[in-house]
Ligand binder design. Structure first.
Ligand SMILES: [Zn+2]
Ligand SMILES: [Zn+2]
Length: 263
């Protein structure tokens, strides 16, 4: 029998401890916030009671204006963009309240790369608020099931969490929709998107995703696939195709923020 190398064990312990400690910090903060309003994550002043942002900072966030009704690409007026007209994506629509610009990019980076779960929670709450407004205005019906975009297990292990799962969990509570992270898994560990050229990002090998142990939940379901941002849209496209192949009726994409396609 081969014993694991000491360096591997050291990394394993460090990751488990990091993940636990992040969650503990987050739980303690949540308890504290119930008793006293927290500080705004952007300016440090007193935050509103239901979200860790002050009213001024929340109002000044860059909102997604007119956009493509399918891929949410920012446009000068609401319409279907040329790209979606020439080749309709396999997902029905993209919902995103914010633009990936300062200070949204700052909050997202703190969440994703520094493990500041409170920043992820704030952005998820803003997405939930946006969807609730659309329901009230009669423009929208919620899907049946939330699925976070899966990370390869090695990447999830190295980061200590999957940002899409954190977002989906929060949305599930806020909107009362079922959430499951085991319907689909990532079987290929591709390099981080920001390390790739645009052409490389657009190529997603078809064996990248495979059905997970709970894939039966997909049959007959209207699904919202949850992610932090959308860049080329190729991951969303590949995953939607896979979910439809597994029996989903429809797929839409929910994002914290939208980047222009050419970024
Ligand atoms: Zn503020
Ligand atoms: Zn479009």
């Amino acid at each position: 029998m081969t014993l694991p190398k000491p360096s591997f064990l050291k990394r394993l312990t460090k990751n488990i401890n990091t993940s636990k400690s992040l969650r503990w910090q987050y739980t303690l903060k949540a308890v504290g916030d119930r008793l006293l309003p927290g500080a705004c994550l952007l300016c440090g002043l007193c935050a509103a009671h239901d979200i860790d942002l002050c009213a001024a900072c929340e109002q000044s966030l860059p909102r997604l204006g007119p956009h493509c009704d399918i891929c949410a690409q920012p446009l000068t007026r609401s319409a279907t963009c040329g790209r979606c007209l020439s080749k309709k994506p396999s997902f029905n629509t993209v919902k995103a309240p914010l633009l990936y610009q300062y200070p949204v990019d700052l909050l997202l980076q703190r969440f994703k790369f520094k493990g500041q779960l409170a920043a992820g929670k704030v952005l998820s709450q803003l997405l939930a608020k946006y969807l609730k407004t659309q329901i009230v205005n009669g423009h929208y019906t919620l899907p049946d099931l939330l699925i976070p975009v899966p990370l390869h297990w090695k990447k999830r292990f190295a980061r200590g969490f999957n940002q899409s799962e954190e977002i989906a969990r929060e949305l599930s509570q806020q909107l009362n929709i079922k959430y499951c992270r085991h319907t689909i898994k990532r079987t290929l560990n591709t390099p981080a998107q920001h390390h790739l050229s645009r052409a490389e990002r657009q190529h997603i090998p078809h064996q990248t995703f495979a059905p997970g142990p709970a894939s039966k939940l997909l049959a007959g379901a209207n699904i919202a696939l949850v992610d932090d941002v959308l860049t080329t849209g190729s991951t969303a496209q590949a995953l939607s195709q896979r979910l439809l192949k597994e029996g989903a009726i429809s797929v839409e994409i929910w994002l914290l923020a939208r980047t222009p396609l050419d970024n």
